[in-house]
Design a protein around this ligand. Sequence first.
Ligand code: CAA
Length: 240
Amino acid sequence: MARVAIVTGGTRGIGEAISLALKEQGVTVAANYAGNAEKAAAFTAATGIKAYAWDVGDFDACAAGVAQVEAELGPVDILVNNAGITRDGTILKMTREMWEDVIRINLGGCFNMAHATFPGMRNRKWGRIVNIGSINGQAGQYGQVNYAAAKSGIHGFTKALAQEGARAGVTVNAIAPGYIDTDMVAAVPPEVLEKIVAKIPVGRLGQASEIARGVTFLCSEEGGFVTGSTLSINGGQHMY
Ligand code: CAA
């Protein structure tokens, strides 16, 4: 039987590339999305991958969404926590709402989705969880105390859950992308983005497919000895 995966934020940007790459590996993919129903319908029409709408920041909605996917496609073996938003601004301009939305969705979403899927993986003695962190969670970024805190939290969450899953065949890893050519990065003011790209040693933005390749490796059978790790895919922008 084919493995079943949920990719959150899986119909656009990096998530879309991950959904496609997993499908190419023979995985049955459920692509979650939050709001853009038009794009999700186009994605399903183009790829044949089913799309499911729920808010990853809502604990109960995640439980219900996972139950629906499991009823339609089978038990979830692979979870890719990719959904995320930005609400950039210096702390002088950051409202409590901007802070709470990013923490609730980017970090809370990882908890909500893992809470709904980890017990089944553990019982079946096989699972793969990949959390999409960020270079900005590793290095910080001017104008992103909310996003950097959430992404940094994801890296800690990954290492803690990896310890809980190790004996049960459930690996938990993170990928820390750098600046990737997506709508999210396109929203950065052009003059700011230009300066950021100038500091990327390979001299360009990354492609979503270059993140997806890392995800398929971590989700593979051969990836079973890799757990609690963070794979940085950032064109050399941050090395440590
Ligand atoms: N270091 C030092 N100073 C900086 C700076 C930096 N990196 N960036 C901006 N500044 C300065 C500006 O020069 C300006 O200074 P002056 O006031 O002296 O002119 C000041 O900070 C900007 O002040 P603003 O009032 O304009 O700040 P703001 O609250 O409106 O915020 C900003 C501006 C939102 C931070 C904007 O600069 C921005 O969007 N920056 C990019 C943030 C970013 O990289 N986001 C990543 C999004 S993609 C993503 O997150 C994906 C991923 O995982 C990589």
